[in-house]
Write a protein that binds this ligand. Sequence first.
Ligand SMILES: Nc1ncnc2c1ncn2[C@@H]1O[C@H](COP(=O)(O)OP(=O)(O)O)[C@@H](O)[C@H]1O
Ligand SMILES: [Mg+2]
Length: 247
Amino acid sequence: MILKTQNLTKQFDGVHAIDNLSISIRKGKITSIIGPNGSGKTTLTNILSGIIPIDSGCIVLHDTVTLSKVRPYDMPSYGITRTFQEVRLFEQMPVLDNVLVVLTERNVFGALFERHGSFHLKQAEEVLRRVGLWDKRMELASGLSYGQRKLLEIARVLALCEGSQASIILFDEPFAGLFPQMVKAVSSIIKSLKQEGRSIVLIEHNMDLIRELSDHVIVIDSGRFLAEGSPSEVLERKDVIEAYLGE
Ligand SMILES: Nc1ncnc2c1ncn2[C@@H]1O[C@H](COP(=O)(O)OP(=O)(O)O)[C@@H](O)[C@H]1O
Ligand SMILES: [Mg+2]
C-alpha cells in the first residue's frame, strides 16, 4: 500500500464530510473513489493534498511516514500531486508558461526567465506534446476551451511528475464536462501514468470509465466507507446501487 488513511475525520460546521474513514491506495494501480454527490470525495483529495487540515486520524505514506498534520507544501516531498475539480491556471500567461511555472517551482519570474533555459523548456514542450496542446503553446490560458483547460492542468501535473518522483496522483473528476475525444485523451494519459509505475487515485462519476480504468474501487457515502473491490464486484452491489439511487 502506498497510502492509507486511518480513522480520518473532517467536519464542516457539524457536517461530517469525512467520517472515521480508513482506506488503502494500492501501489502502481488505479484506485477509483466513487460515491454520491456530497459524499466527501473532494474533501478527501483536499486532505490528501494538504489543502485542508484533518480533525483527527492520520495518513500513512509508503508504509513508513505517519502524518496527523498535512501541509500543501509538504505533499510533493511525499510524492503526492493532484488536479483540481475546478481548473486553476494563470489566465494571462501563455500555455507554455503555465507549464514552465510548475517546472520552476511555481515562480512566475523564474518561468519567464526559464523560457530561455533549454532544459525546462524541453520538458515543458514534451508534456504539451503529450497532452496535445503543442499547437496552443503561445496562446493565453484564458483563450483555451474548457477541455483544453483540463488538458493544460493535466500537463501541469505531468510536468510536476517529470522532475520529481511524484508517485501518487490524485485526479478529481478529470473527465467532467469533456467531449468524447478529450475523454479518450485524458484516459490514455492516466493509463500511461500507471504504466510508468505511478499510483493513481481517480474520482469519477461515469461508471463506464470506472470499469475501464480502475483496478480497485472504493465507495464512500456520507464520508463513510461503504464498499470496495474490483469494479465488477462493487458496481453490482445492492447497497452501492442504492447509495447512488438515493441521491
Ligand atoms: N469548505 C467547506 N465548507 C463547508 N462544508 C463543506 C466544505 N467542503 C465540503 N463541504 C461539505 O462536505 C460534504 C462533502 O463535500 P465534498 O467533499 O465536496 O463531496 P463530493 O466531492 O463527494 O461531492 C458536503 O456536505 C459539503 O457540503
Ligand atoms: Mg467533488
